[in-house]
Ligand binder design. Sequence first.
Ligand code: PLP
Length: 283
Amino acid sequence: MWKNVGYYNGEIGALEEMKVPMNDRALYFGDGIYEATCAANRIPFAIEDHLDRMYNSLRLLEIPFKMERDQVKAELQKALDAAEDSPVHFLYWQVTRGVAPRNHIFPGDEVEPVLMAFVKPHTMKSMAKPYKLISMEDIRFKLCNIKTLNLIPSVLANQRAVEAGCDEAVLHRGSRVTECAHSNISILKDGVLHTAPTDELILPGITRKHLLALAKEHGIPTVEEPFSMVELMNADEAIVTSSSALCMRVESIDHIPVGGKDPQRIQMLQDAYLEKFNRETAK
Ligand code: PLP
């Protein structure tokens, strides 16, 4: 058992001691895709949704990963089972195009994609503590629907947010709000949940998808259309969603107060989300 577990193509050990081959294409090109979710009782939350998106990302990047879904689940479970106890674990995994001498062109069929993963203890943020955001122009490329390893614009955006004493950066293309550096964003306005459509400008977040379903279940109408920065600033509530923090209320953007006008609905959604997480990861 290790506190932080590393997994590389079947090999398991302490994360800090694992080494990857220098020719892994992830190192030179970010040539791979990833997934992440939380686990409680060593049960990864919403694993089927994450595997659906993983296989879709692989298809879109033409990575010929042959491992079947059940085998992937079994490999990830090995990493989870090798972790020391924790109320919640963070489970991350990625598939790269494989190990081959650096060359932009895809390697030959003899090169197998690589599965790597890590597990570490995780503390879920309290949904009672709202997020502060900064806003930034979205400078990412147009493959945002694929969960690729190329995250430099998101890294820079998140760094700027933390330097400004904030939690996340909300990104926009002109006036259109896309998403955050590593989360999706939705708004409540006049009792309706609005969120951006799943085109190539946003990642189809699993938490976003669940939030939409929970809203419908609780009689909240939903609209999947682009909304603007002005609409975001004037929203009754703004909600940031991600697998690692679930549904966070937003209290300010660029240090200007935002939301706070529909506390009941947002609380209902947060409670419903937590209930779903606890139910689906119960022993
Ligand atoms: N958008 C981006 C750019 C992300 O990186 C993430 C999560 O990593 C999300 C949205 C949220 O997705 P999910 O709810 O599946 O964690």
